[in-house]
Ligand binder design. Structure first.
Ligand code: SF4
Length: 707
């Protein structure tokens, strides 16, 4: 008789920034069932449809199994030697800024740490950026301007306790479904809880709302400046909090003096009544969470939008308390982990700053590295532009498919065609980006990798290896380590397990980080630096900081009213509403918005494998209001050409009455590989926020015609 050996292994879901815990049953070493971990604080046993169908998405079909150079299979020593030699040769000839890494919020913190260490401390450039630039870099810059640190002040538990939940630029029902379930539960438990959804499109999330504010696309700064004005006019300001804990109030208060209801209503295309209803609720509620996501961040004024929101929370003291705070929600499972290790071109490790010499010296001293980057590197859009101009000659892309996800596909494609040396580490054998790889390196993926991720509420959880990797696939950290060795950096990359890297990362976070129990830097997990391998493997999900003052983590970082600015006071930031970079015109009369579907993830290389996940939406589409389709002589399911000044796609038409007149929506998931004419990223230009460098992926002007 056949023997069945079953085990239950704890891990976390890779399909969004909620970071749900999952309990995986393996049968004879093969994952066979998944349930939500009942004790994981992110989900308390819940899963959404993507998490529930996780097992269907992890088979080995289509996996990249062997290292390849110029289309020929090679062994690992040959592949890593070749990558190391080419990178070293280009660096020797053209300097450290002639090479770049483009990484991903899909890789684990340990992978991110070692990639960042190699680029910033050993190659000596800050040319390492990540697809998280497309996700939340505006939120990072907004927090840093206000708090002096990239600190998310909230926890998911705040959603259970707030009186007023304001969702801005977030379709949580589709993009963060388990948090949306939590909101539904909170509302059911207490019908007095008010929910306001602010979004140009009436999305599925608006169904839960007491009010939906269909503001004009891009007018968020005006809306929140209007709120601040209303709070001042209606004596709803917490002067005591402002005086004790904030700076810059007088200037900011003066700057919003003209943002009265009439002016704001005009700027946002809302009625004064709609505005007043929201403003009154914010003024009267004792607690408020503003929950914001890509609709705020992916904008040419994304950072200002974040600060306009934060200003209102500071002005009312609604921060650092249960049920209150400006809460940026990340898209990817490990966007936060990437921030923590400094895996962005304008950050150093452990939330330190490249511009700060003390920080550069400290990191270099800790790493005992021969060099350290002296200035910020190229952010995503800039990075591919620099490849195009020949300034960057070699790029190593890890676990991401920029040809499909970056705006202005034509520019990115041209860059990869031109680039002297392109290395791609990926778990899949084929994707749009791999087409241009000189070297393909097979990487492990979820279920095979061991390491940590940090979710949107700063909670560090384990992802666990459940099964053997197929073919010769290796972990990203192993591949980077092996290349580092062959570049001559052996003793500083002497890691045998992801735990070695995690402990070093934890040690660095606490290195010279204040005395007397007060950390001068927010990100400090030094209490985790002594974990045994067993403790690392069994790590209980925990919210940072985790140090001698907060050995069990900390739920609300600013509960003591101390911020990480030199004065320890939060900063009001004076922000002025601006129009998006493009305006609809006679040639391009529509505004195209883009976003995710509930049942798919990124470019569908894994979720696209699941029949259950493909059931509801089988093909890409363009949403339009029915009467606008009629005006154009179009009917449902017609194939239409959608063209912007940057590129065009062909999509079947679907109707959505939730759109505003003149607005369209299309999902982001399809690539050249899965639907050759439907990669919507082609239509978006290279407009970025001037501070964060985050591209404006929610707004481009287009025209529509029958195909
Ligand atoms: Fe996974 Fe996100 Fe769904 Fe949770 S909400 S199960 S993390 S996709």
């Amino acid at each position: 008789t056949q023997q069945f050996e079953q085990k239950t292994i704890r891990s976390s879901c890779p399909y969004c920034g909620v970071g749900c815990g999952v309990d995986i049953t393996t049968t004879n070493g093969i994952p066979s069932a998944v349930v939500g971990s009942p004790n994981h604080p992110a989900n308390l046993g819940r899963l959404c449809v993507k998490g529930s169908n996780l097992i269907e998405t992890i088979d080995h079909d289509g996996r990249l199994l062997h290292p390849m150079i110029d289309g020929k299979q090679v062994d690992w020593p040959q592949a890593t030697q070749h990558v190391a030699e080419k990178f070293s040769q280009i660096i020797d000839e053209f300097g450290p800024d002639s090479v770049a890494f483009y990484v991903s919020g899909q890789i684990l913190t340990e992978d991110y740490y070692i990639a960042n260490k190699l680029m910033k401390g050993f190659i000596g450039s800050a040319n390492i950026d990540t697809n998280s630039r497309l996700c939340m870099s505006s939120a990072v810059a907004g927090y840093k301007r206000a708090f002096g640190s990239d600190t998310v002040p909230c926890s998911y538990e705040d959603l259970d306790h707030t009186e007023l939940l304001v969702l801005v630029g977030s379709n949580a029902a589709w993009t963060h479904p388990v948090l949306f379930q939590r909101m539904e539960k909170a509302k059911l438990a207490n019908p007095n809880v008010k929910i306001i959804v602010i979004d140009p499109r009436r999305s599925a999330t608006a169904e839960l709302a007491d009010a939906h504010l269909p503001l004009k696309a891009g007018s968020d700064v005006a809306l929140f400046n209007g709120l601040l004005h209303y709070l001042i006019q209606n004596d709803a300001i917490d002067n005591q909090y402002i005086n004790a804990h904030c700076e810059g109030w007088a200037t900011t208060a003066k700057a919003v003096a003209s943002s009265d209801l009439t002016t704001t209503a005009l700027l946002c295309d809302l009625t004064e009544q709609e505005l007043e209803q929201f403003y009154q609720l914010f003024a009267q509620s004792k607690s408020s969470v503003t929950f914001y996501s890509q609709g705020v961040n992916q904008s040419s004024q994304g950072v200002d939008k974040c600060n306009a929101i934060i200003n209102c929370h500071l002005a009312t003291g609604k921060i650092g308390k249960l049920g209150s705070g400006p809460f940026s929600i990340t898209g990817q499972p490990n966007a936060m982990g990437g921030r923590e290790v400094g895996g962005l071109a304008n950050m150093l490790a452990a939330h330190m700053n490249i511009e700060d010499k003390t920080h550069r010296d400290l990191v270099q001293e800790f790493w005992q590295s021969p060099t350290i980057c002296q200035k910020s590197g190229a952010k995503a859009v800039d990075l591919f532009d620099k490849i195009n101009s020949g300034e960057i000659k070699a790029v190593w892309i890890m676990a991401t498919n920029p040809l499909v996800s970056m705006p202005n596909r034509n520019v990115v494609e041209q860059a990869l065609k031109k680039c002297e040396f392109v290395v791609v580490s990926d778990c899949m054998e084929k994707n749009d980006t791999l087409t241009y790889a000189d070297v393909k390196l097979p990487a492990t993926t979820w279920g095979e990798k061991d390491g940590t991720v940090t979710n949107s509420e700063r909670r560090i959880s384990r992802q666990t290896g459940l099964m053997a990797a197929p073919g010769e696939a290796k972990h990203d950290w192993q591949i980077i380590r092996d290349v580092a060795h062959k570049m001559g950096f052996t003793e500083h990359f002497n890691y045998q397990h992801s735990a070695d890297i995690f402990k070093e990362h934890a040690r660095l976070s606490g290195y010279k980080n204040g005395t007397d129990g007060y950390a001068v830097r927010d990100f400090d997990i030094s209490a985790l630096s002594q974990l045994s391998l067993n403790e690392y493997n069994r790590l209980t999900p925990i919210q940072w900081p985790v140090n001698s003052t907060y050995p069990n983590g900390r739920q609300h970082i600013f509960d003591d009213g101390k911020f990480y600015t030199p004065s320890q006071k939060a900063q009001f930031i004076n922000v002025v509403a601006q129009l998006p970079q493009q305006i609809p015109n006679v040639e391009y009369p529509f505004i195209l918005n883009s976003g995710r579907l509930r049942d798919q993830w990124h470019t569908m290389s894994r979720t696209g494998k699941s029949a259950a996940l493909a059931k509801n939406v089988k093909e890409p589409f363009l949403f339009i209001r029915p009467e606008e389709a009629e005006k154009l002589g179009l009917t449902k399911s017609d194939l239409v050409k959608v063209a912007s000044p940057y590129g065009e796609v062909i999509l079947p038409l679907q109707f959505d009455k939730g759109l505003q007149t003149g607005n369209l929506f299309a999902p982001i998931h399809w690539s050249q590989l899965t639907a050759p004419t439907a990669n919507i990223a082609k239509c978006f230009g290279s407009f970025v926020d001037p501070i964060s460098g985050q591209p404006e992926c929610k707004f481009t002007v287009v025209k529509v015609e029958k195909y």
